[in-house]
Design a protein around this ligand. Structure first.
Ligand code: FMN
Length: 449
């Protein structure tokens, strides 16, 4: 399986919500996905026809944790292991001559990005936005490829506004291009094998090509083809590629946009992307990722953050059980559970967790009897095992994500909470007998079939 279409075809029917009536791409897909989510339903949404566009649009692909695990061949709950295995077995990409993404090529004056089925998502958004584009660029010194997402506001037939506010590797590349007075070449990939999306959302070392991580997750090298107008290679089986460059030193208004924090924000690096070519399959499908406080927008980042932080923390804290980024914390809260073997360990682990991820503002450590994926349990541990005068510390003025509306000049205070049992803890958890639980489950399944 190489491409998005074969992945979607492989999904069981009950995991898809297919709409054959024409859908208005302004706001409607977002409302549909958020309403489904409110009902705790997370199907892949397939919009076969939309007003004004003859290309199917797919969204909500990454809204379900178990589906993300299956995308990389893992069982539910097994994503973290698959991630660690992939990092240890990188699969370099290979070049190919067969390039479905080049079946249609539009250059120069033929380019009109407005013809793409790009949605408007939230009422306050400044316009139509691509939030599902994987931006592929190269380190200007080493040539190592980098994959990331940056929101892109449609501004004209060959012009987008972009925000690189995560200030990740792509931002660092751009600063070095700008120091040389050079624009930065970027290919924007829309729609490809989901493992490439997962690798693009992740933080890995700058010297690691995220396409090698994607290949390892797919257990098959990603097949690449050279772009038509820039020196960048892209997945040959992609649905669409927009080739172009981010202009050095040019800034203009961009936003507001409905962000993962749940707020519409003007905060932006105000960059400008100029399109040189658009290429696509003869019969492409367009992938959208519903932005804002949606399950898929948050989950795509949360899964790889959890896996990455767990992988790194376990090197130093071998008794670590799990790390969770609860949805309610929008990447700013992280919970970790571990088996404490000495006092002070929680504080050490908390400092590492906050150091590994600049987004984290609140880090909580709990004992290994607490399920960190169940927020009720974490809050219960906080209520019953934590005293604020001795079990927490605050680190003021640390670099953070600027989209936090409460941050000040790109800095935020970090709170670490040790909610592990203190020495001589007297509380004993209430328990049920295994027999009574088994009996209750069988009664319920008989009566509430
Ligand atoms: C769906 C999605 C959309 C995102 N949009 C943006 C964005 O608009 N701007 C931004 O700076 N980061 C955005 N991010 C976060 C970065 O893409 C992400 O942190 C990435 O790992 C950065 O990669 P890099 O450090 O390798 O450049 C988004 C992440 C996801 C999953």
């Amino acid at each position: 399986m190489h491409d998005l279409k074969s992945y979607i075809d492989s999904l069981p029917e009950n995991e898809k919500f297919v709409l054959s009536e024409p859908v208005n791409l302004d706001f409607c897909p977002t409302s549909l996905v958020l309403e489904l989510e409110a009902q705790k339903r997370f199907p892949v949404v397939v919009i076969e026809r939309s007003n004004g566009f003859d290309v199917p649009v797919v969204t909500n692909l990454f809204a379900d944790r178990d589906r993300i695990a299956r995308m990389v061949g893992a069982k539910p709950g097994g994503f973290g292991q698959a991630w660690s295995r992939a990092l240890a077995n990188l699969a370099p990409a290979v070049m190919t001559d067969r390039a479905p993404v080049h079946e249609v090529v539009m250059l120069a004056n033929e380019v009109d990005a407005g013809q793409l089925p790009i949605s408007r998502h939230f009422e306050a958004d400044a316009g139509r936005y691509i939030g599902s584009g994987i931006l592929i660029c190269k380190d200007p010194d080493t040539g190592v490829r980098n994959l990331s997402f940056q929101r892109m506001q449609l501004k004209g037939p060959n012009r987008f506004g972009a925000s690189l506010h995560s200030r990740g590797h792509i931002w660092d590349h751009l600063l070095r291009c700008e120091a040389r007075g050079k624009n930065m070449e970027v290919a924007v990939v829309i729609g490809c094998h989901p493992a490439i999306y997962i690798a693009a959302a992740a933080k890995v070392a700058m010297e690691t090509d995220e396409l090698e991580v994607a290949g390892a997750l797919m257990r098959e090298p990603v097949k690449l083809v050279k772009c038509k107008t820039i020196d960048i290679e892209v997945p040959a089986d992609a649905e669409y590629v927009i080739e172009g460059e981010i202009l050095a030193g040019v800034h203009e208004d961009e936003g507001p946009y409905g962000e993962y924090t749940g707020y519409s924000t003007h905060r932006s690096t105000r960059n400008v992307f100029i399109v040189k070519a658009i290429t696509h399959k003869r019969k492409p499908i367009f992938l959208d990722i519903i932005p804002g406080y949606s399950a898929e927008h948050l989950l795509l980042s949360r899964c790889t953050r959890e896996a990455h932080v767990t992988h790194r923390l376990r090197e130093m804290v071998p008794t670590l059980r799990a790390v969770s980024y609860p949805k309610t914390g929008v990447h700013f809260h992280a919970y970790m559970s571990f088996k404490k073997t000495a006092e002070g360990q929680a504080r050490q682990a908390l400092m590492m967790l906050m150091g590994l991820d600049s987004y984290v503002k609140l880090a909580v450590a709990v004992d290994d009897d607490i399920d960190v994926f169940n927020e009720d349990e974490v809050l219960w541990a906080l209520a019953t095992r934590f005293q604020a005068d001795t079990d927490m510390f605050v680190v003021p003025k640390v670099f953070c994500n600027r989209l936090d509306p409460s941050s000040v000049e790109g800095m935020s205070a970090k709170v670490a909470i040790d909610a592990t049992k203190p020495p001589n803890f007297e509380g004993e958890r209430t328990r049920q007998t295994a027999e009574s639980v088994a009996w209750a489950r069988s009664v319920i399944s008989r009566q509430l079939r």
